[in-house]
Design a protein around this ligand. Structure first.
Ligand SMILES: Cc1cc2nc3c(=O)[nH]c(=O)nc-3n(C[C@H](O)[C@H](O)[C@H](O)COP(=O)(O)O)c2cc1C
Length: 188
């Protein structure tokens, strides 16, 4: 009751932990900017942690699995395993998925980390249609539970200030998209 001085315990709603990965290593990456904006504007009940180790991953070699798993690959596998869901924003290179992103996924192929793990694709370019399709196919094949809805915020070719303005104007859309993904995770 308001003003009574009595405090009522709030029901504890578990926090949904999401892992966000940008497929671009570029310092001024539009995909990384989108991921950072999603993390900064996560809806209540969701926390988005950015995994930025793609550039430090050695090239996948099946001989280096098990006990020989390199530390950076183990860090990625652990991060995916611990998350409730994964968000990926990835550019397109030559009508395909950039090597760094594919390499990161390759380290996850023969593990349990990806199996049934909810995943959502978001897009910083209105083009990238080949990469989108390829990434969805790869991740489905790896048994990620793909969320059908995506978010597209066209940042390609925008200067930093313009990009920040677009991302600022799209805060509600970003929150709604992540909220939808959280609902998908909750419904699995
Ligand atoms: C090597 C290279 C190849 C590219 N190939 C394509 C392509 O096939 N299709 C496309 O839509 N964009 C292509 N692009 C443009 C990038 O996808 C685009 O610049 C993207 O937004 C870069 O993402 P980033 O800002 O996160 O680094 C290419 C860019 C580079 C550097």
């Amino acid at each position: 009751m308001v003003g009574s001085g009595t405090t009522h315990p709030q029901p504890r709603i578990p926090l949904i932990e999401l892992l966000a990965i940008s497929g671009s290593l570029r310092a001024a990456s539009t995909n990384s900017a989108l991921i950072a904006a999603l993390a900064a504007n996560a809806p209540a009940g969701c926390r988005i942690t950015i995994h930025d180790g793609l550039g430090r991953l050695p090239i996948f070699n099946p001989d280096d699995e098990g006990e020989r798993t390199p530390p950076e690959a183990a860090r990625l596998i652990e991060a995916v395993t611990r998350s409730d869901g994964v968000i990926v924003s990835c550019p397109e290179y030559a009508h395909g998925v950039p090597g760094g992103m594919k390499n990161a996924l390759d380290w996850l192929v023969s593990r349990d980390a990806a199996v049934g793990k909810p995943a959502m694709l978001v897009h910083a370019s209105a083009r990238s249609l080949y990469a989108r399709a390829a990434l969805a196919e790869i991740m489905r094949t790896m048994s990620f539970a793909m969320y059908d809805e995506t978010l597209e915020i066209a940042l390609l070719g925008k200067k930093r200030a313009e990009m920040e303005a677009i991302l600022g104007a799209n805060r509600p859309a970003m929150r709604d998209a992540v909220q939808g993904f959280a609902g998908f995770i909750g419904g699995l």
